[in-house]
Design a protein around this ligand. Sequence first.
Ligand SMILES: [Zn+2]
Length: 343
Amino acid sequence: MQSFKIIKIMDIPIELHITFLLLLLAVYYFWGIGGFILYLFLFSSVVLHELGHSFVAKKYGVHIEKILLLPIGGMAIMDKIPEEGEFKIAIAGPIVSMILGVLFLVLSSFYDISLLKINSMEYSLFSTVGILNIFLGLFNLIPAFPMDGGRILRALISGKIGYLKATKIASSIGQLFSMIMFGYGIISFNIILILIAVFIYFGAQQEYTALITYRIFDMIKIDEIMSEQIIAVPPETTTKELVDLMFKYKYMGYPVVDTNGALIGSVSFEDITNVSDDIHVSDIMKPPIVVSKYGDFNELINKMNNSERIYVKDDTGKLVGIISKTDIIRILKIMGLKLKDIN
Ligand SMILES: [Zn+2]
C-alpha cells in the first residue's frame, strides 16, 4: 500500500501511510478542528519518539531508511540493530516520550487551550498531549517484543543467556502479551488495540525466525558454496565469440578480465541480445557484483539484489569463484526457504 513522504529530518524521510491519512480525515469528521489539532500534536510526538530511536541508532552506524506512520503508531525502518546498541536504541524512544509528557504537563499548569468536548469531558491541548506522551512512553515499555520494552528485556537478559535464547524468551512473552491485548481489545471493542496485538504477535514470530535464519546463514561460508570453474573472457571478445562460448560451455554469463587478470565486468546472455555480432564485450558489460571468499551467506544475500551471478575474490583481489542465482536458490530450497522470504 501507498505512503507519502512529507518531510526529511536528520536525513530521514518521514512518510505517512495512506491509512494514516484516512484516519486523519475521520478524526476531523468526528471531532472537528480540535480533534484535528490534537491528532497533529500526537503524530508529531510519535515522530519525535521514533527520531529518538533513530538518533541513537545512527550513533551505532545503523542506516535508517525511513520513519513510517501508521494508524497504530510509528516505526523507524532501519537496518539490523547491533546487539551492543539495542538497549540504548530501544530505550531512547520512551525517554523522549516521557520528557515530552512532563514538559507538556508542566506547560499546561501555566497555560492551556481548551480544544474539544467529548461526552461532556473537556480536553485541553497541552494536558491531553502531555498525558498521551506519558502513556506512549509507558505503553512502549510493556515487555512485549518487538515493542521497545521487549527489546530492552532482550538486551538485559541476553548478556546472561545469549542473544538467541533471549530473543526466544522475549518473543514468547511478546506473544503472550499480544494475546492478552487481543482479548482485551475484543471485550472493549478497541480496534486499534486488536491491530497492535496482531502486529506484535506476528512481529515477534518473524523476528525470531529472521534471527535463526541469520545465524544459519552466518555459518555458510562463501568459499564452501562457490564454483571454482571460471571461464573468463578478455574485454575485446566479440558478441559472436561469446555466443560460441555459450554453446560450448552452457554458461549464460561470463566474467570479463583484463590482461592482469583483474575482474572488470560481467557479461551475460541478456546483454548481447539486440546487439550486432562485432560489438566488443567491454562496450556492453555491466559492473560485476563482488564478494570476498571469506564472507558468509548473509553478505551474499545482501549484495546480490537481482543479479544473476556474483563473483568471488580472495584478499589479493584475484577472481577465485562464481556463485549463480540458481546456486543460491538451490541452497535456500534445501533450507526450506524462498528468495522472497528473506528479502
Ligand atoms: Zn519506540
